[in-house]
Write a protein that binds this ligand. Structure first.
Ligand code: HDE
Length: 718
């Protein structure tokens, strides 16, 4: 039955959760299945109650001494309602505050079984997961498409306990030692006096720090590349960053780097597009993830490892594996797929799940161990510590989203927000009163007895950590010309927002040590002299780092269809888009259904609400209807003659400049011309009405952008 416009007057039965809102199976705080099979949503019942279940006949009026009299202090319902509201907010995460998450499942291929005994990596084992993506710098309400690193944190609810892989979409970090974390974050956060800019690195304190602290050069270069502005959470790689140590059944150890490879490909926004997105739809990435899952276009990643021998030096081909500012190029150690992650359910409640989920680098399971990377050591302390203040006490592991799916028999007791009702009298060991339980578990988690180097204690770092420039150069040389051009533009933009000239000049000196052409072009853009300095090292590029030049699936991509005269062709194209697993959005002057013969075609976006950034490609299905004024749909008229609506022209112009495939027929050429698109421009398909044009557009979309439209870097390394 369609929902009525009037307020309902009769209660209805409890609401079932939508299929994609089901969280992990309910478990008791001690990890046993709860046996609670009710599937109602909280607040799904018919009648309003207090927090303690007493039914309430009125929640609209405070208890008063008469209609015009004072409100009475004894009104418990008023005080409970307001007090609870007053305490609805908890502190946001100190970093990674802005995020979105989803439930899913991880299925292991079994290909890692020879290097790790972790039960969840054995062949065909399926493990429930919860994944939270995030930006780093912005606060909880900040925009999604800012230039920043993205968090990629995965909670595996394995049969042996929780494994949290708390990674990023960039494989290196700004610092080599955790003691520098407050410094980099203080530099990146808004200025302490005015608390601006929000969620940006384009400001003085950030560039002041990174230009002085050159171990940040590699990560900063990745941020300035297209990786800093992902198209979607679904289209990002993920990295464990640190080197981990795997332990096989026989005790043999291997060093590994963890990778997530998105099935949809690694794609980015272009900078102008990202800026428009942040105004038009600040929730762009959050919406994209939820919409895709709701539509059944489940995002998928392959989990992979680079396998590196566990030699005493903990280096590989001269690369220090304990240095988190270094990658191991895939050409030297290929990423070997070990399983598939599928995100298939949206959270039912943002606060309960996405906000309260608590990751911790120390949550590991038998078969996976950490290394002596000094950045990791600090993280092992920090994540537990931060949850205690953010989630208000030491019992956050009992929150439903954080509960392990393995049985829990700990001897941790009491504390704020304790929800378990522990039985037994002897939470200590040894005991006889509880029959000696819980016993220490044979075969449980044992830290690898890795020898500690005999050396004098000191605030020191290995000499290899002084190399801050070989890998930034490697990254720069691995980029395609168009990616290099984007990097030049990004540095130029960011540094042009820096007020202090000395900081800009200092950063140019850093760029000179990455590449002379990069430095020269940025200096040119800033109108500053090119400093002395040149790269000190020779490195081989790693083609695997480039995002350009490959072909990717188009499933789940969004095709805007501007409605024109030929409804029949529009219907066919719309259906073909759907059949291809993509999302068609029909754009027209007004909402409702398109006027014309045959089955009705619904409009998803009006000219007033549509903006190019929402679409991966646009098809103009004949001459678009002109008939609205530039403000709204009030004066809409049917009819195809007249000038192209300026909002359609703007949409096509932006899509063109952002390298998006375009296609159309019957009058589309005029629409493209109105957008300033030259005839015969690359990636603009004008032809016969219908699927042929669409086919070409989709083929172009497989390459993500029409790269030929971008000015490429013309430097000597191009
Ligand atoms: Fe984090 N980081 N981090 N970080 N981090 C946090 O933990 C920290 C680092 C990462 O979706 C905090 O629960 C230190 C590297 C992600 O809930 C905090 C250091 C990498 C998330 C914290 C690092 C990350 C966080 C804030 C330097 C990639 C979001 C709230 C030693 C490998 C997790 C929280 C989520 C969150 C500390 C560096 C990834 C304060 C001290 C390197 C994805 O504990």
């Amino acid at each position: 039955m369609p929902p009525s416009l009037a307020e309902p007057v009769e209660p209805r039965g409890p609401l079932k959760p939508k299929p994609d809102q089901r969280g992990p199976d309910p478990f008791t705080p001690t990890g046993q299945p709860s046996g609670d099979t009710t599937e109602t949503r909280a607040q799904g019942g018919a009648y309003l109650t207090t927090a303690t279940g007493t039914r309430l006949p009125d929640t609209d009026h405070s208890l008063k001494a008469g209609p015009r009299g004072p409100v009475l202090l004894r009104d418990h319902h008023l005080r409970e309602k307001i007090t609870h509201f007053d305490h609805e907010r908890i502190p946001e995460r100190v970093v990674h505050a802005r995020g979105a998450a989803a439930h899913g499942v991880f299925r292991a291929y079994g290909t890692a079984a020879n290097v790790t005994k972790a039960a969840f990596l054995a062949k065909d084992v399926e493990t429930p997961v919860f994944v939270r993506f995030s930006t780093v710098l912005g606060s909880r309400g900040s925009a999604d498409a800012v230039r920043d690193t993205r968090g990629f944190a995965t909670k595996f609810y394995t049969s042996e306990g929780i494994f949290d892989l708390v990674g990023n979409n960039i494989p290196v970090f700004f610092i080599q030692d955790a003691i520098k974390f407050p410094d980099i974050i203080h530099a990146g956060k808004p200025h302490p006096d005015r608390e601006i800019p929000q969620a940006q690195s384009a400001h003085d304190t950030f560039w002041d720090f990174v230009s002085l602290h050159t171990e940040a050069t590699h990560h900063t270069l990745w941020n300035m590349s297209d990786r800093g502005i992902p198209r979607s959470y679904r289209m990002m790689e993920g990295f464990g960053v640190h080197t981990f140590r795997l332990v096989a059944e026989d005790g043999a150890t291997t060093l590994v780097k963890f990778h997530w490879k998105p099935k949809a490909g690694v794609h980015s926004l272009v900078w102008e597009e990202a800026q428009i997105v942040n105004g038009v739809d600040p929730d762009f990435h959050r919406r994209d993830l939820a919409d895709a899952i709701e539509a059944g276009a489940y995002p998928e990643w392959e989990f992979g490892i680079q396998i590196l021998p566990d030699t005493g030096e903990q280096t590989f081909e001269g690369i220090d594996l304990l240095d988190p500012t270094k990658i191991v190029p895939e050409e030297l150690a290929p990423v070997q797929p070990i399983g598939l992650l599928t995100l298939n359910a949206n959270p039912a409640n943002f606060f309960a799940e996405t906000e309260q989920v608590a990751f911790h680098v120390g949550h590991v399971v038998p078969g996976i161990d950490v290394t002596d990377d000094p950045l990791m050591a600090g993280r092992l302390f920090s994540y537990l510590d931060t949850q205690i203040s953010r989630l208000g006490g030491p019992n956050f592991d009992q929150l439903p989203i954080n509960r392990t799916h393995a049985p829990v028999n700990d001897m941790l007791r009491d504390g704020m927000h304790q929800t378990a009702v522990h039985t037994g009298v002897a939470p200590y060991r040894p005991n006889s009163l509880d029959g000696g339980c819980p016993f220490q578990a044979p075969g449980g988690y044992v830290e690898v007895p890795y020898p500690v180097e005999a050396a004098a204690r000191g605030r020191v770092a290995p000499a290899s950590f002084d190399d801050h420039f070989s890998q930034p150069r490697l990254f720069w040389l691995s980029m395609s010309p168009v990616e290099q051009a984007h990097i030049i533009a990004a540095y130029t933009f960011e540094l042009s927002k820096v007020f202090e000239q000395t900081i800009r000049e200092r950063q140019l000196q850093v760029l000179a040590r990455i590449d002379p052409y990069l430095c020269e072009q940025v200096a040119l853009g800033l109108g500053l002299p090119v400093p002395e300095g040149k790269p000190e090292v020779y490195v081989e590029p790693s083609p695997a780092l480039s995002q350009v030049g490959k072909t990717w699936p188009t499933k789940g991509r969004i095709i805007g269809i501007v409605a024109g005269g030929d409804l029949e062709a529009l219907r066919t194209v719309r259906q073909t888009v759907l059949d291809g697993g993509m999302v068609p959005l029909v754009i027209a002057p007004t909402g409702g259904v398109l006027p014309g013969p045959g089955d009705p075609v619904s409009v998803q976006r009006t000219f007033a609400a549509a903006r190019s950034v929402e679409f991966d490609a646009i098809v103009v299905a004949g001459a678009p209807a002109p008939g609205t004024d530039a403000i709204g749909a009030r004066d809409a008229k049917a009819g195809l003659s007249g000038p192209v609506d300026p909002r359609v022209s703007l949409m096509l112009n932006e899509a063109y400049r952002h390298g998006k495939p375009l296609g159309g027929w019957d009058g589309a050429a005029e629409a493209f011309a109105s957008a300033g698109i030259p005839p015969g421009a690359p990636g603009v398909v004008v032809g016969e009405a219908g699927p042929a044009v669409l086919g070409e557009v989709v083929t172009l979309l497989g390459g993500h952008r029409v790269w030929a439209r971008f000015p490429a870097s013309l430097g000597p390394n191009a």
